[in-house]
Write a protein that binds this ligand. Structure first.
Ligand code: HEM
Ligand SMILES: *[C@@H]1O[C@H](CO)[C@@H](O)[C@H](O)[C@H]1NC(C)=O
Ligand SMILES: *[C@@H]1O[C@H](CO)[C@@H](O)[C@H](O)[C@H]1NC(C)=O
Ligand SMILES: *[C@@H]1O[C@H](CO)[C@@H](O)[C@H](O)[C@H]1NC(C)=O
Length: 516
């Protein structure tokens, strides 16, 4: 009312009409805006062009963790031109991975898709749909099912023996080893044999060739991915990395095409459960009445994605475990005593021992909690929905910061300390009470493998080789770092969960498993 009184007293008609137009406009806006507006998750002040880049350090998981303390477990972060919704606690993770699993069962395309040679043939990168459903079912029932993994038992055993042999040689010569490289070689050989075992036994250098190609492809994709995130220069191939990526992919294609041809031309009907993944995929490819016809490009891309998803992740997990064990001699001693008492001392620890090695299992979990090889994973919203009172919309890109969740002080006491004991439970499934997160419904505090429909397909395999390898490395060797100091556990940059530096150390032989 005060305003209109003021207006009545004003004699200039033009002034009066301008003021009234403004007031009417404001009134209309005031009455209509709240209804149509969207309630976005909170976000720091956005600067033009760079967004929140100035708030981010080289390690994104850590930066997001810091921001979340201020802006909450669901926040919006602008990196250059891209906007992400970042999830940072178990309650929000549960919303995305269980309650709204259907709405977030897609992944947004991330990385340099324009240089890919297999268009729309992705599995890990695919949106939720028929092809993804078909392949995921194949993964869970055939490729990575318990029985199939049991059949690969001898492969894991042989490859671990090869690793031990190589380390024993270094030990005899009194030389240090690059444990990171040795472990990546192990996990590469494992996945190669599981996928294309027939070629592996032929000898030759194919497994190594594949490894080199995968490393090259991942490196180039990561470089291009930085541009992608920042949304800058996306269409300009400034350093020629796009071209190099395409060339590397073409070399990969020739290699895998040759392998597939060999499988097709020298087809033997192996039954008896001796199939490798390529056999199973090609069988599905040929099958006339399959639910879905998979293409050759899809097979090739699937194999590539498998290498990318498995080599660095599982070798990083083993490497981190060894680094923490070397840095925590008391823990090392305790797990060695556990192994010695269960295995006795005349044979190598093996997978059947693992159920009797709870401390070894706790070490694997504690390692994944602190040093998840995939500290952040990503999903896309496919249907508008409300989470914690905030609106998420179709096409919103969601990042789940597993790093922050697994170090959240609400769930974990001394969250930054390496304390495997927190995963030891007594016979009634309890320990001090504060570490029960993992076995109760609140499993969403422990997310190294994601969850829901898009959860990791290889977690069983990853645990098998982590237990087997760490157990063997503890049983057979004493470890010293190259410089006698602690292992440097700083992390790589960007989205990486890998150790920044190669892990160079001396293996000192303690138990020789080859001696009968
Ligand atoms: C310690 C090792 C590993 C870690 C920490 C890890 C972690 C993850 C994470 C966090 C995701 C995303 C999950 C989500 O969105 O909810 C994922 C997806 C996936 N991982 Fe792993 N992974 C590991 C090893 C492996 C191995 C060895 C394989 C294959 C043999 C594998 C195959 C896959 C596949 C196929 C997907 C995509 C599943 C889908 O989109 O439906 N991973 N992994
Ligand atoms: C990796 O493993 C293969 C097969 O076991 C071996 O021939 C090769 O020398 C290893 N390479 C490295 C770099 O350790
Ligand atoms: C582990 O070793 C024990 C004792 O030698 C043996 O009975 C068992 O079959 C082995 N298990 C595996 C999975 O190799
Ligand atoms: C297990 O641990 C909890 C918590 O420390 C304790 O209350 C409970 O009595 C223990 N149960 C057994 C069977 O030891």
């Amino acid at each position: 009312m005060a305003t209109s009184t003021m207006l009545l007293h004003c004699s200039n008609p033009i002034f009066v009409s301008i003021i009234s137009i403004i007031i009417i406009y404001l009134l209309i806006k005031l009455c209509t805006k709240p209804k149509s507006s969207v309630r976005y998750p909170p976000s720091p002040l956005v600067l033009p062009i760079i967004g929140h880049l100035h708030l981010l350090s080289s390690s994104l998981p850590k930066s997001f963790q810091t921001l979340a303390r201020r802006y909450g477990p669901l926040m919006r972060v602008h990196i250059g031109q891209s906007i992400f919704v970042v999830v940072s606690d178990a309650a929000m993770a549960k919303e995305v991975l269980r309650i709204h699993d259907g709405e977030f069962a897609s992944r947004f395309e991330f990385g340099p898709a324009e240089y890919g040679i297999y268009k729309d043939a992705g599995f890990i990168t695919s949106p939720y749909g028929r092809y993804w459903r078909f392949m995921k079912k194949l993964c869970m029932t055939k490729l990575f099912s318990g029985p199939q993994l049991d059949r690969f038992n001898h492969i894991r055993k042989e490859e671990i023996m090869k690793l031990l042999k190589s380390l024993m040689k270094r030990s005899r010569e009194g030389k240090w080893c690059d444990l990171s490289a040795e472990l990546a070689n192990l996990t590469n050989n494992l996945i190669f044999r599981m996928a294309m075992g027939k070629r592996f036994s032929k000898g030759g250098n194919e497994a190594n060739e594949m490894w080199k190609l995968v490393v090259e492809i991942m490196g180039l994709a990561a470089k291009l991915g930085v541009n992608e995130v920042h949304g800058l220069l996306k269409k300009i191939d400034l350093f020629g990395n796009g071209k190099k990526l395409r060339e590397a992919l073409e070399r990969y294609d020739r290699l895998v095409e040759e392998i597939i041809k060999d499988y097709e031309e020298n087809r033997v009907d192996i039954g008896g459960g001796n199939e490798d993944l390529m056999h199973i995929l090609l069988e599905t490819y040929r099958e006339k009445n399959a639910e879905l016809k998979i293409t050759r490009d899809q097979i090739k891309n699937f194999i590539l994605e498998l290498f990318i998803a498995s080599i660095d992740t599982s070798s990083a997990a083993i490497q981190w475990a060894m680094a923490e064990l070397i840095n925590h001699p008391k823990v090392f001693k305790k797990v060695r005593e556990e192994i010695d008492s269960v295995v006795k001392s005349n044979r190598l620890v093996n997978e059947s021992d693992v159920p009797n090695l709870p401390y070894l299992q706790a070490i694997a979990k504690e390692t994944l909690r602190l040093h998840s090889p995939v500290p952040i994973f990503h999903r896309e919203c496919t249907k508008d929905c409300k989470i914690n009172g905030f609106d998420l919309q179709v096409k919103d890109r969601v990042l789940i910061n597993a790093y922050a969740i697994m170090r959240h002080p609400e769930a974990w006491s001394d969250p930054d300390k390496f304390l495997p004991e927190r995963f030891l439970y007594n016979s009634s499934g309890e320990n001090n009470g504060e570490y029960l997160m993992e076995i109760k419904d609140q499993g969403f505090w422990f997310l190294p493998f994601g969850g829901g429909r898009r959860g990791c397909a290889g977690s069983l395999h990853a645990y098998l080789i982590t237990h087997g390898t760490v157990g063997a490395l503890v049983q057979c060797f004493d470890w010293k770092t190259k410089d006698g100091e602690k292992v440097d556990i700083s992390v790589g940059s960007g989205f990486s969960g890998a150790m920044a530096l190669p892990m160079e150390c001396y293996p000192v032989l303690r138990f020789d498993p080859f001696q009968k």
